[in-house]
Design a protein around this ligand. Sequence first.
Ligand SMILES: C[S@@+](CC[C@H](N)C(=O)[O-])C[C@H]1O[C@@H](n2cnc3c(N)ncnc32)[C@H](O)[C@@H]1O
Length: 225
Amino acid sequence: MTQDHPLAVLDWRDNGTPVSKQFEDPYFSLEDGLAETRHVFLAGNDLPGRFGGFFHIGELGFGTGLNFLATWAAWVKDGSRGTLKFSSFEAYPMALEDMERALGFFPAVAEYAEKLLAQWAGPGIMRFGEAVTLEVIGGDVRDTLGPWDGRVDAWYLDGFSPAKNPEMWGADVMAKVGKHTFQQGTVATYTAAGFVRRALEDAGFDMARAEGFGRKRHMSVGRML
Ligand SMILES: C[S@@+](CC[C@H](N)C(=O)[O-])C[C@H]1O[C@@H](n2cnc3c(N)ncnc32)[C@H](O)[C@@H]1O
């Protein structure tokens, strides 16, 4: 495991959901984490329809890796078109055994989880065959996103809730998200918080509210002008 980054410290709810002790917030929806990922991050970025060529996704908050696995599975189901790169920023990487336990809830992506767990040793670059690359950038995104040299087609903004994790949603971070997005690139997040939407607008995105998942009425989506 990585020496440089503090590990995630978890609590497990009775229903098995992992909750961050650092942020007192669950990693995924108590209702159906996988369905939420598909609704918010995949559909919110018009995926899998946009796959093909070299497609690069950026994520704030790698957590359990569920979003990556759901994306990889959707890319395969859609015909494995082009190549997929997934770059995710994470300050508190999970210990292997915690990740394994959390991902055990999602048999639908078990074959992909097994491959991730076989390589997981914290932040770094992991390759899955010729066409799928995962890059996990360790450290606080406020420090790591600026100097990062990537540019993406779609962003998944998946920090803990803005109320509990305001550092991850600040205007400075959102401005950097904008700078690392191709023209016509997109962004999606489960939050409809006005300050996040405004910060993304200031970062250059044309933002809109969309129907949220489950009990959440709204979420936010945007396109870089
Ligand atoms: C809701 S969880 C992400 C869930 C994840 N996408 C998944 O598929 O399981 C939020 C993540 O953001 C990380 N995080 C919180 N603040 C951060 C920061 N300032 N920089 C980088 N990562 C941060 C947390 O450690 C946590 O893993």
